[in-house]
Design a protein around this ligand. Structure first.
Ligand code: SAH
Length: 242
């Protein structure tokens, strides 16, 4: 794999280059993702250079925007582990400490892939979890327990907010990776965000290396507890966004 574009991207964000330990793990992760994809349908992107940029470089973007003291992460609808797992591997290596990461997905095949990946890469502190965000948000051991809630490509912001914010602790951050359309999505979600205890979103546009369209990191601080009525069942979230 060619990690040079990833390092160029990290430098542009003012972040340290990939430590060797992280690059070695990414090498295993990317190779196994492409191999296992034939069995599980984990990713639409299979060209190695595109995997490096669209999965790995993209996943490291939140490192530029999350608080330096954040240690406990959850990735909601992580699929094959993006963005949470590459981000955790990178932060563990650059900060020299283990971050805990819950990798939540509704599909057991995907969490099984992630269990296998953590084992093969020798990653500790990664917890693959099969489940639904709208149910986990009512589990007292999970609700408002996370410093950072991550999510990419799961739902539009007026639904994603209700799936993610109940898991974020007051003072923590919900960070969603979006296309440029993320701004309008947030305008539509403004009432819901406030109801769920969020401060107004901050936007950080970014460009991945190569010929990629503009993306947007949406960073939302949680300033008040989420009322206990939320999250509602998924049908209600979908039909009547807040
Ligand atoms: N974040 C990954 C995967 C995106 S695909 C990436 O960017 O590559 C969306 C994933 O979200 C799917 O794997 C789906 O199973 C999961 N998902 C959708 N709704 C969910 C919910 N309510 N709770 C948990 N996982 C969910």
């Amino acid at each position: 794999m060619n990690w040079t574009p990833v390092n160029t991207y990290l430098a542009a964000l003012g972040l340290p280059e990939l430590p060797r330990e992280a690059a070695e793990r990414f090498e295993i992760y990317a190779r196994r993702l492409i191999e296992e994809n034939e069995k599980y349908n984990l990713t639409a992107v299979i060209d190695p250079d595109e995997v490096a940029v669209r999965h790995f470089a993209d996943s490291l973007t939140p490192a530029a925007y999350i608080p330096a003291d954040a240690r406990k992460f959850i990735d909601v609808g992580c699929g094959a582990g993006f963005p949470g797992l590459p981000l955790k591997i990178y932060l563990d290596a650059v900060r020299g400490e283990t971050h805990t990461l819950t990798m939540l997905d509704a599909t057991g095949k995907k969490t099984e892939f992630l269990r296998m990946m953590c084992e093969e890469m020798g990653v500790s502190g990664g917890e693959p979890l099969q489940g639904r965000a709208e149910e986990l948000g009512h589990d007292p051991a999970r609700r408002e327990r996370y410093d950072v809630v991550l999510s990419r490509a799961v739902a539009s912001m007026d639904k994603l907010d209700e799936l993610c914010l109940p898991l974020c602790r007051v003072g923590g951050v919900f960070l969603a990776l979006k296309s440029a359309a993320g701004r309008e999505e947030c305008e539509k979600a403004a009432t819901g965000l406030a109801k769920l205890g969020a401060a107004p979103p901050e936007f950080f546009p970014y460009h991945l290396p190569g010929d990629q369209p503009e993306s947007l990191a949406v960073c939302i601080r949680k300033c008040k507890p989420t009322p206990s009525a939320y999250p509602r069942a998924f049908g209600a979230i979908k039909k009547r966004p807040l």
